[in-house]
Ligand binder design. Structure first.
Ligand SMILES: *[C@@H]1O[C@H](CO)[C@@H](O)[C@H](O)[C@H]1NC(C)=O
Ligand SMILES: *[C@@H]1O[C@H](CO)[C@@H](O)[C@H](O)[C@H]1NC(C)=O
Ligand SMILES: *[C@@H]1O[C@H](CO)[C@@H](O)[C@H](O)[C@H]1NC(C)=O
Ligand SMILES: *[C@@H]1O[C@H](CO)[C@@H](O)[C@H](O)[C@H]1NC(C)=O
Ligand SMILES: *[C@@H]1O[C@H](CO)[C@@H](O)[C@H](O)[C@H]1NC(C)=O
Ligand SMILES: *[C@@H]1O[C@H](CO)[C@@H](O)[C@H](O)[C@H]1NC(C)=O
Ligand SMILES: *[C@@H]1O[C@H](CO)[C@@H](O)[C@H](O)[C@H]1NC(C)=O
Length: 558
């Protein structure tokens, strides 16, 4: 569904304001179109393809689950169905050596199972490849099944970890066993937890050779970077930035279900068309994958790409943290989960601890107590990292501010653009969403482009703890390739839509007819820049709320 009600472009001043009445009619029409359609159903596992989009240097392989001889039954959690005791998932940096040794034993037992056993480590890792590299079609549709880039992200991974944890518990013969979570939003949890990178028995089973060497203990000195960029910050500055990031993805930029969980995807739809990932999926999820994966290895294996991510035991601690962030988000006032039937009824298939395949529903994942576990409370200093407003009134550009030229490559010096907007549209129809649609050309293996509003002096040392910080565009070679994306593109054009309404309010620019956007590349200054970008175009777009209006598919990389 495409609706670009009104566009004002920097290049051409063709202003065609729509009548408010017409917009209301359109809104009514669209809300009817977007009522209940059909949920994405569990995939047909008899028809299994090779993973899509393997890098050309990778041998083709299959990651299909064993096909059961029976129709998988629906599993619905109810009090007592998930074990007798409530299991407590603890922060990894606070667990005892005994716990770490027990976790190592559980993974040893899992790795000792024959590879064809659906509970074996190989099969557990394959689950991620299967649901994320589009090996299955959605049931009743020829559309591929993708568990990322949409509202399926959180419930899919919650169920995945649920069964993984129950299998480990069964292998240990300990019903109280729980995973621990990599607590990287806490300052004491910003290294890979020690027992996941130890070379000594029994912990070494939790280690993985395919990680980015500078980020592995004992050599790692930098804190985990939640906005991974080749330009690394000193540890203290990084910790502060991580707090800013957490505040943004959990509070500032995640006020609606669409923003936090990601966009709806219904039966027959292709999630990636809309680039509908929620805030936390993009960051820290994607960025922790990138930070851990081995950058010398094809695809940035293991954590850096879908088809191998779950080969690293650290994957499960990473996703336990993300699962916990869902629980925390819910506790913040006015944060509501989806109630859409197509969300509640979306389905996945998993093997349980008894090696039986079961069907589960997204809506049944909401209550972790019913699933038999809770998270230990930990301090969250980032809750206080409220952004400050640095500008007062519209910025004035001076000779010191470089302007971006269309098509001109840049990397060392940030540059600014002026984007026209129509204050009468938002005045007459305040319920419309205002988006910046920005297209950049890139030629790089690894570059992060930071965008600021009304802040022309922003540069690579400027932090992001301000209302003027907008968004960070990742322009990089590999990493979590989605279906139909060109795995190895180093160059291309990427269009990003960035919600502006709340930012414009926060910086007091609702009345302005144009705004200044500053583009700041974050690239390692030495030994040589890892790439370059050029500005292509920018415009503001006004759309009816909750309508996805981008027609262009996202670029080759996220
Ligand atoms: C699965 O989807 C692909 C791509 O959409 C399509 O070519 C293929 O025919 C589908 N297979 C089945 C069994 O529906
Ligand atoms: C971090 O760990 C140190 C050393 O164990 C401890 O003293 C400090 O209180 C911890 N910080 C927080 C915020 O928990
Ligand atoms: C740590 O650095 C040393 C010296 O560069 C290197 O020999 C060693 O392999 C590194 N360790 C890890 C775990 O990367
Ligand atoms: C990373 O990948 C390269 C290339 O496959 C490999 O030589 C190296 O051992 C891997 N691991 C680390 C820690 O660099
Ligand atoms: C979650 O499940 C528990 C256990 O059945 C129940 O006590 C609790 O009320 C449920 N919470 C919500 C929010 O429904
Ligand atoms: C970057 O901006 C800061 C203030 O925001 C300023 O102090 C610093 O000189 C700038 N650095 C460069 C290289 O322009
Ligand atoms: C990117 O856009 C520019 C300007 O429109 C165009 O010249 C170029 O061919 C595009 N590149 C790709 C890879 O599409």
């Amino acid at each position: 569904m495409v609706l670009s009600c009104f566009t004002c472009n920097t290049a051409q001043h063709q202003q065609r304001p729509l009548q408010p009445l017409m917009l209301l009619l359109l809104a009514a029409l669209l809300s009817n179109i977007h009522c209940y359609r059909a949920a994405v159903l569990a995939p047909n596992i008899n028809a299994c393809n090779a993973p899509l989009n393997l890098p050309s240097a990778e041998k083709v392989f299959h990651c299909c689950a064993p096909v059961p001889s029976y129709e998988p039954q629906l599993f619905r959690p109810s009090a007592g169905s998930a074990g007798a005791a409530v299991r407590i998932r603890r922060p990894s940096h606070l667990v005892t050596e005994d716990y770490a040794a027990k976790l190592a034993r559980a993974y040893s037992l899992m790795k000792e199972l024959p590879a064809e056993d659906p509970r074996s480590f190989t099969q557990q890792a394959n689950v991620h490849c299967a649901y994320c590299n589009a090996v299955y079609n959605q049931s009743g549709s020829s559309q591929r099944f993708q568990a990322h880039l949409s509202w399926l992200f959180f419930p899919f991974h919650r169920w995945y970890l649920y069964f993984h944890e129950r299998i480990l518990a069964k292998l240990l013969g300990d019903d109280t066993f729980a995973l621990s979570f990599w607590n990287y939003d806490h300052h004491n949890g910003t290294s890979i937890p020690w027992f996941y990178s130890s070379t000594s028995y029994p912990y070494s089973i939790l280690s993985n050779a395919n990680r980015d060497a500078p980020h592995v203990l004992p050599n790692a000195t930098a804190a985990v970077d939640l906005v991974v960029a080749p330009y690394e910050r000193p540890r203290d500055a990084q910790l502060k930035e991580n707090d800013n990031t957490m505040y943004r993805v959990m509070i500032r930029d995640a006020q609606t279900p669409e923003e936090f969980f990601g966009w709806p995807v219904r039966q027959g739809e292709d999630a990636k068309t809309y680039s509908g990932a929620g805030t936390v999926e993009l960051n820290p999820h994607n960025n922790i994958h990138r930070w851990v994966g081995n950058k010398s290895s094809v695809g940035w294996k293991d954590m850096g790409t879908f088809y191998t991510a779950a080969n690293d035991p650290l994957f499960y601690a990473h996703h336990a943290e993300l699962d916990r962030l869902w629980e925390i988000w819910k506790t913040i006032p006015e944060h509501l989960e989806y109630e859409d039937e197509d969300y509640l009824n979306a389905e996945f298939l998993f093997y349980n601890e008894d090696a039986e395949m079961v069907r589960v529903k997204a809506g049944d994942a909401s209550n972790t107590t019913l699933l038999g576990y809770v998270y230990e409370d930990v301090a969250m200093p980032w809750m206080e990292a409220t952004p400050e407003r640095r500008s007062s009134g519209p910025a004035t550009l001076t000779d010191a501010n470089k302007m971006c030229e269309v098509g001109e490559w840049f990397v060392e010096t940030p540059c600014s653009i002026v984007v026209d907007r129509d204050p009468t549209v938002t005045k007459n129809s305040p319920w419309l969403h205002e988006h910046l649609v920005l297209t950049m050309q890139y030629d790089t293996s690894d570059l992060e482009l930071l965008l600021y509003l009304n802040y022309p002096s922003a540069n690579v040392t400027t932090d992001t703890g301000c209302e003027e910080y907008l968004f960070s565009m990742t322009l990089t070679r590999y990493v979590l390739m989605y279906q139909d994306m060109v795995a190895e593109a180093f160059a291309g054009n990427k269009t990003q839509r960035i919600d502006m309404s709340r930012r414009l309010h926060a910086v007091g620019l609702m009345e302005e007819t144009s705004v200044v956007i500053t583009l700041v590349p974050r690239v390692s200054p030495s030994p040589s820049p890892a790439g370059r970008v050029a500005f292509i175009s920018a415009s503001m777009e006004y759309t009816v709320p909750y309508q996805r209006s981008d027609t262009s598919s996202p670029s080759s990389v996220i």
